[in-house]
Write a protein that binds this ligand. Structure first.
Ligand SMILES: NC(=O)c1ccc[n+]([C@@H]2O[C@H](COP(=O)([O-])OP(=O)(O)OC[C@H]3O[C@@H](n4cnc5c(N)ncnc54)[C@H](OP(=O)(O)O)[C@@H]3O)[C@@H](O)[C@H]2O)c1
Length: 275
């Protein structure tokens, strides 16, 4: 079973979702990638994350096809490019994305990173999109503590880079999210560090104790508080099944201490990293 968490607006979501950066790039893999997203949804990973940036619409196009038969079961997250995020540009980008996705509704629409347009304008557009029934809620991505503080209204979610090799947000940003009124949910992207931690010996030792894989340990670690949503990207059914099973893994105090020893928690503020 995949545990759930609740957004400030009351929406209950699984703490494991599915990322889709680079999905749809290779036409030869299309059928397998669609089958993968559907298999993830069947296993409870019903949150699917995409962005207009990913393959300039190729990810949205594939995601749209994958989720079409089960649209009502899916919580669809999409992102507007900062350069498009003027008042009018945000509305037009959303309409373009809906067209490519082949759906009439995005559940959560994020500003991909802080950009050139005043956030007041982007948020006005988000509110208008909510009023028009085109999106359900809005949020941000790659916003650091000062950028969250400067926002004129509270986002539901801040999607950020977080895994054992990127623990900076633990020092301050997580607290900012938690203390925000209402609270902001943290969505952790690249929870598997795009594969770069899979051979790490300390993680392999923890994995061995659980008869699990390092990828599963990384996911169990990212969601250990019960408050963070992790969105690993997988492009095979085997990987997505393994990722869903990570929802059942509980790390022990010994596991967490071993991971802390290999990847120390931050002792001072660090600028938010971005991939
Ligand atoms: N907001 C932002 O700025 C931002 C930035 C980066 C990412 N994101 C979002 O976050 C999602 C996840 O991040 P990411 O794609 O950068 O990296 P990631 O999820 O950390 O890592 C993806 C890599 O892990 C592998 N993998 C997945 N499951 C595995 C398993 N069970 N065993 C072994 N390997 C496994 C994948 O291989 P296969 O593909 O072969 O399965 C792929 O090579 C993105 O897809 C995107 O939706 C957002």
């Amino acid at each position: 079973m995949i545990p759930t968490t609740t957004l400030a607006n009351g929406t209950v979501l699984p703490v494991l979702g599915q990322g889709t950066w680079h999905i749809g790039d290779d036409p030869g893999r299309r059928a397998e990638e669609i089958a993968t997203i559907r298999a993830g949804i069947e296993r409870g990973m019903t949150l699917v994350d995409t962005a207009e940036m990913y393959g300039s619409g190729r990810s949205e196009n594939l995601v749209g096809e994958a989720i079409a038969p089960v649209r009502e079961e899916v919580f669809l997250v999409d992102k507007v490019l900062p350069m498009n995020a003027s008042k009018r540009g945000t509305i037009e980008a959303c309409q373009r994305s809906l067209e490519i996705l082949g759906t009439d509704f995005i559940d959560l629409y994020l500003l991909h990173w802080p950009g050139p347009h005043p956030e007041e304008e982007t948020i006005e557009a988000f509110e208008e999109l909510i009023d028009r029934g085109l999106i359900g809620a809005w949020g941000v991505s790659n916003f650091d503590t000062d950028e969250i503080a400067a926002l004129p209204a509270r986002p539901q979610v801040n999607q950020i880079l977080y895994n054992p090799s990127r623990r900076g947000p633990e020092f301050d940003l997580f607290g900012v999210h938690r203390r925000s009124k209402p609270p902001i949910t943290t969505m952790a992207y690249s929870p598997i560090e795009q594969g770069r931690l899979l051979d790490h010996s300390a993680l392999a030792e923890v994995a061995g104790r659980h008869e699990a894989t390092v990828a599963q340990i990384l996911l169990a670690w990212a969601i250990r508080s019960g408050e963070v949503i992790a969105i690993p990207k997988a492009s095979s059914v085997a990987h997505v099944h393994a990722n869903a099973e990570a929802g059942d893994l509980r790390l022990s105090a010994e596991d967490l201490a071993d991971i802390d020893a290999a990847f120390p928690a931050p002792a001072s503020p660090q600028p938010l990293e971005i991939l």
